[in-house]
Design a protein around this ligand. Sequence first.
Ligand SMILES: Nc1nc2c(ncn2[C@@H]2O[C@H](COP(=O)(O)OP(=O)(O)OP(=O)(O)O)[C@@H](O)[C@H]2O)c(=O)[nH]1
Ligand SMILES: [Mg+2]
Length: 281
Amino acid sequence: MDIQWYPGHMSKAKKKIAEDLKLVDMVIEVLDARIPISSRNPDLPQMLGKKPVLLVLNKSDLADPIYTKKWLSFYRQQGQEAVPFVGQKKQGIKELLAATARLAEPTMLALEAKGRKRRLARAMVVGVPNTGKSTLINALCPQAIAKTANRPGITRSNLWIKAGNSLELLDTPGVLWPKFADQQVGFHLAVIGSIGENALDVYSLACWLAKELMQKYPSSLVERYQLASLPEHPEELLEQIGRKRGMLLSGGIVNMEAATVLLLQEFRNGKLGRFTLEKPE
Ligand SMILES: Nc1nc2c(ncn2[C@@H]2O[C@H](COP(=O)(O)OP(=O)(O)OP(=O)(O)O)[C@@H](O)[C@H]2O)c(=O)[nH]1
Ligand SMILES: [Mg+2]
């Protein structure tokens, strides 16, 4: 698959995040619960230094609930704070705020030890494109949009928005550049819509997804598309889907382009089911 690489964008985004990092006590990294490995930025740990990170498994309404649980216990075993979240439905706010309070506690204790008062914890939200960073900020801070619009001329890095009673967020999320170098990672990011579609061959992507789902969630395919049985090859699956849905060209040939779009769409909007494509070790 041919995915383009933009080093210019990447270094600019990294520089901005490195600057903002100085202002916060912790980072909230928004991941896509369907691909918790590929949506995690590999450069972030080095950038963080000693700052703690909270992993947010967003879009968990679209992920396989069994694997979301497995991921959470995997992170817990590693001593890594992580929470499930559904930004669109504002689900998981209480748990998220509790986790940020735990992560900020050492900073607050250190302040108290110096005879100073506790303050609100500060966090910045980061993540690769389309994981739901803006939705998360809006869910945590309902006043977010109004506040940023009402205070023009204020330096970006000084705009904070309150989330709950103990946390404030930097107003703009940091967009991390995804790791394209690994082709598998590229497919994962493309299938959740993190990489623009014009950057890749959609048919190859749909074939890759068909193969993944045939291996990992065969019964969802059989049920959704009313198949007698699963074919051997992903190309055949797309053809069967097209036929079942009456996507035919003249001469009775299946319109593969339409079948391709349908499979990707039904995966992305959850109509096909709840899937997790990457599993913990
Ligand atoms: N199903 C579902 N969709 C979500 C959830 N959170 C966000 N979305 C949708 O995902 C899309 C991307 O959300 P954004 O909040 O714009 O993502 P972002 O990370 O800010 O994206 P960029 O600014 O482009 O990097 C939108 O269509 C949201 O409605 C969720 O928990 N579940
Ligand atoms: Mg955004």
